[in-house]
Design a protein around this ligand. Sequence first.
Ligand SMILES: [Zn+2]
Length: 342
Amino acid sequence: MKAVRFHQHGGPDVLRYEDAPDPDPGPGEVLVKVRACALNHLDLWARRGLPGLKTPMPHVSGSDVAGEVVSSNATEVGIGRRVMLQPGVSCGRCEACLSGKDNECASYEVLGYLHHDGGCAEYVKVPVQNLLSIPDAIDFVTAAAFPLTFLTAWHMLMTCARLKRGEQVLVLAAGSGVGQAAIQVAALHGARVFATAGSDDKLERARSLGAVEVIHHHRQDIAQEIKRLTNRRGVDVVIEHVGEATWAKSVRSLARGGRLVTCGATTGAHGAINLNALFGKRLTIHGSYMGTKSELIRAARYLFAGQLKPVIDRTFPLHEAADAHRRLEESEQFGKIVLEVS
Ligand SMILES: [Zn+2]
C-alpha cells in the first residue's frame, strides 16, 4: 500500500509518501480501507518525538480515520461497512476498561501514536470494538474530522467539568480542533460560551459556532475581558490546551467553584498556580486525555443528527501530508485539516 511514514523524528520534511507493507490484522481485528484521515496535534508530537517515548520506526501517524471495512477476523462485521474509528485502543478486560473508563486503561494508546500505526495510509488495522458505523448521509471527510476532538471536548465538558445548563464556559483557541468542538458541545448543552482566537476572522467564525462573546488573545487580556464580560464574577469552566502562554490567565478567569480542564500544553508544560486562590476560590483542576468509547458513541448521535458539525479547514491529498502538517504547525487553520485517500 501507499502510506505516509517517517523513519526518524523531525520536521515535516521527514514525512515520506512511499510503499509500505499492508497491515496484517490479528485475531479480533479488521482491515479498513482509509478514505479520509484528519490531523491532530498528536500527529505533530508523534513526528517530532517526545523525550522518554520510543516510537518504533518507520511509523504511520493518523488517529482520526473514516473508511470502509475490507476484511475482518471478527465475526458479524459486514464487508463494505462505512465506519469511523474510535481513536483510543485499550485492552478491554482490565478494571478501568470494564468500568467504562477505557481511556484510563494501563495499556491505553491512541491510534497512530507509539505502537499502533495510524490512518495516514491506504489501509489501517484496528480491533473490531473500535468500529463505529456511519450513516450514508455523513461523508468520509466529515466523519474523519469528528472523533478525536469531539471525544476530547465531550469528556472535558460533560465528564470532567460536569457542565450544567446556564453555566459560563471559556474556550481557548477557538480555531483549534478541540476549540471548535468545545464551543459546539458547550452551546449544545445550554452553556454561555466565551471563546478566544488570534484573528478577527477566527473570532467571527467562533461566534457562528455558538460563542456569545469573543476575545482577541493578542489584542486583549483574556482574564480582564472575562471579568468585564461576567460582571467580575468569572466563568464556571475553562477549556484549556494552550499551556504556559495562557495558564495564569485561565486560572484568573475562574469564578468561585470554577473548574479548569486541560488536555494539552502546546506552548509549554509549566504552569504556576496561586494555592491561596486554589483553595480560597474552591477551584478544581482536571487533567483530561481523550475520552471513553461510550462517550464517542453518545457524541456521534449529535453528529448523525446534524447538531454537531466538525469544521473542515481544508483537505489535502494523502501525498501532500507534509504541507498539511505545516499548515497545522503554523496555526493557520480554523478547524480540521483532513487528508483524503483515493
Ligand atoms: Zn484495559
